[in-house]
Design a protein around this ligand. Structure first.
Ligand code: 5GP
Ligand code: MN
Length: 345
């Protein structure tokens, strides 16, 4: 945990007391928390009079395209030059929803070279503190979006929160908590949500925009995943879903269509660990989710070039789909005891 001291709060307040060129950055494969936090910060900092450019390393899911301001965001994949220029000219860089510079993928080298001070706002385990001038980081929160709310409060700026900022922050909170079903056993998360409603949020509308806007292909891909692509290893209390290139093609896969698929196997009482593997260009993207004690952060870090949180993590592997499944089964067999616990319902 790395929260801000009063001196640090004053330090940031004085940095923000003059007009600055500010760049906002977030992690590769940005999710609802990454985009919601970025767009809330963008609107807030503009209201304070700053020039703000928000950058994402690659494309974000289509179900987030309604988010206020999202159309102005620069995607490094398509607009590399503009992103480089923005970072070179920045007076200040915010790092949102990631804990280490290499989480911005293709942007990492440019971000490292930037001379402007970096301010981290994040909720992942073990932030790389030496990379940031200021670290506002704790795992004891629902989401980065909740921390962005806290940041605005620390700056004495809650009066700047409007309906649009509230919608962005609520997006981060519900996508990172599975609509308050995990990482949300915290009074404060509900208090912040109540504040957002006070500032004009229509919570039901945002929920519909995120969860009731599937294409038919996306829902059928989910059905296919559960009916035809789910392997269950009872002895490991684990279920694994795999998508190969052909599956994605057959269901006309769009960025974000596999979001949430990994959560479904956990709804089986007997399952403690759920894994989704997806075949990408030359690699396998992996998502891990657990219930209870098993740390998927540790698993992803140790074996799959990844990380995340205790109960939600991601990683990458450089083998074929069948080889990856085999490797996972082998690794999990080694930690069979760690997986064989009973959740107290
Ligand atoms: P998802 O499975 O939804 O892609 O990611 C779950 C969580 O793990 C998110 O908080 C995300 O930031 C983190 N995560 C996903 N992939 C990686 C990765 O490759 N490295 C690290 N360090 N974290 C990741
Ligand atoms: Mn997050």
């Amino acid at each position: 945990m790395s929260l801000l001291t009063l001196d640090q709060v004053s330090g940031i307040q004085s940095l923000l007391s003059e007009k600055r060129r500010i760049v906002l950055t977030t992690h590769t494969n940005p999710d609802g928390d990454a985009i919601g936090s970025s767009m809330a910060m963008s609107r807030y900092l503009r209201k304070k009079g700053h020039d703000v450019i928000a950058i994402v390393p690659n494309q974000f899911p289509g179900f987030l395209s309604w988010i206020p301001g999202v159309g102005e965001m620069l995607t490094y994949e398509n607009k590399a030059k503009a992103c480089q220029l923005a970072l070179r000219e920045a007076d200040l860089v915010f790092c949102l929803d990631y804990n280490a510079l290499n989480r911005v993928g293709t942007l990492t080298d440019i971000l490292k070279k930037t001379e402007a001070p970096r301010i981290l706002i994040d909720h992942h385990i073990d932030p790389e503190t030496a990379s940031f001038k200021y670290c506002f980081s704790t795992t004891n929160t629902s989401s980065t979006a909740e921390l962005v709310f806290d940041f605005m409060e620390l700056m004495g700026d809650t009066d700047l929160i409007d309906k649009e900022i509230a919608e962005c922050l609520y997006t981060g909170i519900i996508t990172d908590t599975g609509s308050f079903s995990f990482s949300a056993n915290n009074e404060k998360t509900y208090r912040v949500t109540a504040e957002l409603i006070h500032h004009g949020l229509d919570a039901l509308k945002i929920h519909r925009l995120i969860y009731d806007t599937f294409s038919e292909d996306r829902l059928r891909l989910l059905g296919h995943a559960i009916s035809n692509r789910m392997v269950v290893w009872d002895e490991l209390k684990t279920a694994l879903i795999y998508f190969d290139r052909n599956d994605l093609k057959e269901f006309n896969y769009q960025v974000g269509d596999a979001e949430g698929v990994v959560n479904f196997p956990l709804s089986m009482e007997k399952i403690n660990l759920s894994i989704l593997i997806t075949e990408r260009d030359k690699k396998i993207r992996m998502s891990f989710r657990s219930k209870g004690d098993f740390s998927v952060n540790q698993l992803a870090r140790q074996y799959f070039n990844g990380g995340g949180h205790k109960n939600a993590a991601g990683g990458t592997y450089f083998k074929s789909v069948p080889e990856t499944i085999k490797a996972i089964k082998h690794i999990l067999s080694e930690c069979k005891e760690d997986l064989n616990y009973k959740i107290d319902y």
